[in-house]
Design a protein around this ligand. Structure first.
Ligand code: LHQ
Length: 258
């Protein structure tokens, strides 16, 4: 069985982390395979949104800890540079929205892969754990970048150091995730969100993502300049023309992602 399941439906690429007996912990094969699938999502025109989730009862427990003590396994020096950093970079640069659908636990790199996505939703019984300090490591996979930006410095600092389990309701309250859905509604509600994202003007969403990527590093003036440049590009898209015509014609817009 493949460690990553991949299916395209309704212009959405469904990517499922699939090592359920290990709570979808990442080994090298799974990390490289996820990178390949993200590349496919970027290059396939028919894909207009990505839905990332985990098989079984969890999202992902982060690095497979058995692999790091395996003498045949990848070395510590490879794990971030060849596994997680390329995943996080691919997700942030993918010119399409990526929704993380977190059911069950997301721990370590598994939590931070979810948190770097564009829209993060969780089932009511989900939880997020910065498990790193428990094993003498630091939050990686973008954790020290995204956490303070999502939930503020103090909460990020405490959570990163204490490694507390943050349950879904709390994660929503502090802005770590966008929405929480009841367990029984989770699949339907989270997939409906992916359908909505896939039907929006994809190129405008890509420009929005690009602008957000730079918003915390740019000066105010540079960010206004970037918005100006990206808005000029958005205004050349067919979806922009369609959106304006649809509004004026009092009809729903039919965006094509072009
Ligand atoms: C696992 C794992 C796992 C292997 C559950 N590995 N088997 C970067 C730099 C370089 C190196 C290190 O890593 C990183 C990035 C990182 O991600 S570091 C953080 C790594 N992750 C962790 O430290 C989390 C370890 N897991 C846990 O603390 C618990 O499993 C959590 C709290 C996630 C879930 O607890 P439970 O719901 O009680 O599940 P469980 O512990 O019973 O796990 C179920 C099975 O999955 C179990 O196997 P078994 O054969 O006993 O049924 C676990 O051994 C296995 N598993 N996480 N990371």
């Amino acid at each position: 069985m493949s460690s990553i399941l991949f299916e395209i439906r309704d212009q959405i690429a469904f990517i499922t982390l699939n090592r359920p007996e290990k709570l979808n912990a990442f080994n090298r094969e799974m990390a490289l395979s996820l990178q390949n699938r993200l590349d496919e999502c970027a290059s396939l025109h028919e894909v207009r949104a990505v839905y990332l989730t985990g098989a079984g009862k969890g999202f992902s427990a982060g690095q497979d800890l058995a692999e790091i003590v395996d003498p045949q396994g990848p070395g510590m020096e490879q794990i971030l540079s060849e596994h997680y950093n390329p995943i996080i970079t691919r997700i942030r640069h993918l010119p399409k929205p990526v929704i993380a659908a977190v059911r069950g636990v997301a721990a370590g790199a598994g939590a931070n892969i979810a948190l770097c996505c564009d829209v993060v939703v969780a089932s009511a019984s989900a939880s997020f754990i910065q498990a790193f300090s428990k094993i003498g490591l630091i939050p990686d996979s973008g954790g020290t970048y995204f956490l303070p930006r999502l939930i503020g410095w103090q909460r990020a600092s405490a959570i990163a150091m204490l490694g507390d389990k943050i349950v879904a309701g709390e994660a929503e309250r502090i802005g770590m995730v966008y929405k929480v859905f009841e367990d029984k509604d989770f699949e339907t509600a989270s997939q409906a969100l992916a359908v909505t994202l896939a039907q929006l003007p994809t190129r405008a969403l890509a420009f929005t993502k690009h602008a957000l990527n730079y918003s915390s590093v740019n000066s105010f003036e540079a960010q206004l300049q970037l918005e100006d440049e990206l808005q000029q590009k958005a205004a050349t898209t067919q979806d922009y023309a369609e959106g304006v015509q649809a509004f004026l014609g009092k009809r729903p817009a039919n965006f094509k992602g072009e």
